[in-house]
Design a protein around this ligand. Structure first.
Ligand code: 5GP
Ligand code: ZN
Length: 120
């Protein structure tokens, strides 16, 4: 399968790993949008959140728990942080192996868009 993040899991493409366990790995985003911008991905390939099923519950939970652990390690658990999973075109997904963005180290605005609301 020609998947960038599967290649990172396999070690075929280098990434700066900051966390790993049985179900997930995390590494720094190549184009950071915050002082810390990590991507937490399941070792198992899942295209989008839409493709996840009951058998993926544990991996999906492990992604969120990893985010909290990394936030603690990086020192911004108490000040706060954001986790985001983009899905498909309107969500802004560009890599089709699910990943949880972890953004921290600065205060972020909400809502996260500046454009005019569009209807589908
Ligand atoms: P998406 O837009 O799918 O939610 O997020 C994909 C993320 O992957 C982007 O933030 C992008 O900067 C990051 N990314 C794309 N290619 C690479 C890569 O080769 N290495 C790393 N570390 N991050 C990547
Ligand atoms: Zn993959």
């Amino acid at each position: 399968m020609d998947c960038l993040f599967c290649k990172i899991v396999a070690g075929e493409i280098p990434a700066n790993r900051i966390y790993e366990d049985d179900e997930v790995i995390a590494f720094n985003d190549i184009n950071p949008q915050a002082p810390t911008h990590a991507l937490i991905i399941p070792r198992k390939h899942i295209d989008t959140l839409n493709a996840a099923d009951e058998s993926d519950k544990s991996a999906l939970g492990a992604m969120s728990l990893a985010a909290a652990k990394i936030a603690e390690q990086q020192g911004f658990a108490q000040s706060g942080y954001r986790t985001v999973m983009n899905c498909n075109e309107h969500g802004g997904q560009t890599v089709y192996h699910i990943h949880l963005h972890l953004l921290g180290g600065k205060a972020m605005g909400w809502p996260p868009y500046q454009d005019t609301l569009k209807t589908a």
